[in-house]
Write a protein that binds this ligand. Structure first.
Ligand code: GH3
Ligand code: MG
Ligand code: MG
Ligand code: MG
Length: 292
C-alpha cells in the first residue's frame, strides 16, 4: 500500500493569508504559489495531497486553475478546497462545478479549517488505497488480472505490430504447496513475480493473472528476440532459491508460452489463447521450457 507524505499546496496572492495558513497547517509539508500559473506548475511537479485555492487573484483566477487541474490526468485527483472571501451562492456553486471538493469563506474559523483539511487528506488516502487494491495484486504487488485486461486492450488497440503475449505458469506448483505448505507456496509466487519483473523492460505489461500464472504483453523486434527474452526469464527463475523455516532450500521452474499478434490472431482474446496453447505445449513437452 503506498504511504503518502502529506503535502499541501497553498495558492493565494495575499501574503498575510499565506502566513496565517502556514502557521495553522505547520503539521504538513507546505508549498506556496502566489498566482494561478505557478500553482499549475507546482501541482504538476509536486503532486500535493491537497490544494487550498484562492479565487480572486491577478491573472488566472482560482476557478480557471481548478478547471485546468481537473482536465489533466496527472493532477485531476488532487482535492481542491476553495478558500475565498466570496460568500454569494453563485460563487459557491461555480466552485463545485469546476471540481472543488469543499468551500471555505474568509475570514475562516481556524479549527474548522484544520478539521476540513484533515478530512480531505483522510479521504484522499482512502481513495489511493482503493485505487491500489483495484489495480495491484496484494501478494506480489504487480498488476492484477483486472488491470492487466484493461491495459492489454488499450495496447492491443493502439498497435498490433510486433506485439506478443506470453503466458507463464509455475511448474508442479501443487507439489510445492503440498510438501511445504501454502505460506511457502506464496513465497515462491512472490519470488517468481519479482524475478520476472526484474527481467523485463519498464514498457512491458506484466501481471499476475491467476494463482501461479503470469502474463506479459510486449512489443519485440523479432521472434528471436522474444524467445531470447523468455529464455532469460526462465533461466533467472531457475536460479532462484526459497528457504523454508525448517532450513529446506527449494528450487522451482516455470514454463512460458508465446504468441504473436497477426492477421489470424486479430483480437486480444485470440492472442492470449495462442499463448495459452503454447504454454500447454511447453507443459506437455516436459516443462521448464519456452514454446513459441
Ligand atoms: P503444472 O506444472 O501442470 O502447472 O502443475 P501445477 O501443480 O502447477 O498445476 P496447477 O497449475 O493446476 O496448480 C496450481 C495450484 O496453485 C493450485 C492451487 O492450489 C495453487 N494456488 C493458487 N493460488 C495460490 C496462492 O495464492 N498461493 C498458493 N500458495 N497456492 C496457490
Ligand atoms: Mg486573492
Ligand atoms: Mg496453473
Ligand atoms: Mg502450474
Amino acid at each position: 500500500m503506498p504511504q503518502t507524505k502529506h503535502t499541501i499546496l497553498i495558492v493565494d496572492d495575499t501574503e498575510t493569508n499565506i502566513d496565517i495558513l502556514l502557521e495553522l497547517l505547520s503539521a504538513y509539508d507546505i508549498v506556496v504559489a502566489i498566482d494561478g500559473e505557478s500553482a499549475l506548475e507546482i501541482a504538476y511537479e509536486d503532486k500535493p495531497d491537497l490544494i487550498l485555492l484562492d479565487i480572486m487573484m491577478p491573472g488566472m483566477d482560482g476557478y480557471e486553475v481548478c478547471k485546468r487541474l481537473k482536465s489533466i490526468e496527472h493532477t485531476k485527483d488532487i482535492p481542491v478546497i476553495f478558500i475565498t472571501a466570496n460568500t454569494d451562492e453563485d460563487s459557491i456553486e461555480r466552485a463545485y462545478e469546476v471540481g472543488g471538493i469543499d468551500y471555505v469563506t474568509k475570514p475562516f474559523k481556524p479549527r474548522e479549517l484544520t478539521a476540513r483539511v484533515k478530512t480531505q487528506i483522510k479521504l484522499k488516502n482512502l481513495l489511493s488505497d482503493l485505487n491500489f487494491i483495484a489495480s495491484y495484486d496484494y501478494l506480489t504487488k504487480v498488476y492484477n488480472r483486472r488491470k492487466f485486461f484493461e491495459l492489454a486492450e488499450i495496447i492491443f488497440k493502439n498497435s498490433k505490430e510486433d506485439l506478443y503475449a506470453v503466458m507463464i505458469d509455475i511448474d508442479k506448483f501443487k507439489k510445492i504447496n503440498d510438501t511445504y505448505g501454502h505460506p511457502v507456496g506464496d513465497e515462491v509466487i512472490k519470488a517468481v513475480a519479482t524475478s520476472i519483473n526484474e527481467s523485463i523492460s519498464k514498457e512491458d505489461l506484466f501481471a499476475r493473472i491467476g494463482g501461479e500464472e503470469f502474463a506479459i504483453i510486449c512489443h519485440c523486434d523479432s521472434k528471436e528476440e522474444i524467445i531470447e527474452k523468455n529464455e532469460f526469464i526462465r533461466q533467472s527463475v531457475e536460479k532462484l532459491e526459497v528457504s523454508t523455516s525448517n532450513g529446506d532450500v527449494i528450487k522451482f521452474t516455470i514454463s512460458n508460452g508465446i504468441a504473436k499478434a497477426g492477421e489470424a490472431i486479430c483480437s486480444l482474446d485470440l492472442l492470449l489463447k495462442g499463448a495459452d496453447a503454447a504454454l500447454y505445449e511447453a507443459k506437455g513437452k516436459g516443462r521448464n521450457r519456452v514454446v513459441f
